[in-house]
Design a protein around this ligand. Structure first.
Ligand code: ATP
Ligand code: MG
Length: 222
């Protein structure tokens, strides 16, 4: 695997409160394709995702982003690296405004062309509600808008926390297909879930099983 396409956690420990470690000595790398983090409630999946997506700083250990030790790097290097990474919360926060406003936002702030918005909205099943205010959406629709807003600007690393949690069966299969499609395009997608998600084998790079703050097993496919 190429180091310039990877985020690696090296011997990471994390606690929210002193001395009570909810992640213990985690080592894991994520690269192109889908990485699945599986484990029961409270096992540490969300915490691991937030560390790998550069939102939380480990108490011990290192997060290496494309060869750079993230938390030892200068502020400007950290900002540059952060722009490649998106974490999508299980109950995503949407900006005030319409569905269109939300999906267009990442393109606008980067000065990109907005022509993709309509096609991406269609792909995620929200093409017909572009003018709807996000306050009026169900939890499932909010999830679809959050995912459209994430993939529209083609980030390099996407961390999805329980992405299927609020979706009905039709939207679950839609999202699985979209995750597979973007993984094939070379995006590293990490999915934390307590469910069994049937991704096509060929796009799954590895499955890490967590329990009580540790990775108990990693199954590798590539
Ligand atoms: N903000 C916080 N402050 C203190 N403890 C926390 C905080 N967030 C999580 N924890 C604790 O850290 C541990 C790991 O939680 P985490 O949310 O990472 O697990 P999870 O596998 O994502 O669980 P779930 O399946 O419920 O989403 C749990 O014991 C949890 O209670
Ligand atoms: Mg969680």
């Amino acid at each position: 695997m190429l180091i310039d396409k990877m985020i690696t956690l090296e011997n990471v420990w994390f606690s929210y409160e002193d001395e009570h470690y909810v992640l213990r000595n985690i080592s894991l790398s994520v690269c192109e394709g889908v990485t699945v983090i599986k484990g029961p409630n409270g096992s540490g999946k969300t915490t691991l995702l937030k560390i790998a997506s550069l939102l939380l700083k480990p108490k011990k250990g290192h997060v290496i982003v494309e060869g750079t030790s993230f938390w030892s790097a200068s502020r400007s290097v950290r900002e540059k690296l952060r722009r490649k990474v998106v974490y999508v919360h299980e109950k995503p926060y949407l900006f005030k405004g319409t569905v269109y406003d939300n999906i267009a936002y990442p393109l606008k702030i980067r000065g990109y062309d907005l022509s993709r918005v309509v096609d991406v909205a269609k792909e995620f099943g929200v093409g017909k509600i572009l003018n709807t205010n996000v306050n009026e959406l169900s939890a499932g629709m909010r999830q679809l808008v959050a995912l459209a807003r994430t993939f529209v600007f083609k980030p390099k690393y996407v961390f999805l926390d329980e992405p299927l949690a609020n979706l009905d069966d039709e939207n679950k299969s839609r999202i699985i297909r979209i995750i597979e499609k973007y993984a094939r395009k070379g995006i590293a997608i990490v999915v934390a879930t307590h469910m069994n998600i049937n991704f096509r084998k060929e796009i799954v790079s590895k499955i890490a099983f967590m329990n009580n703050g540790v990775i108990v097993k990693v199954s590798k496919y590539k």
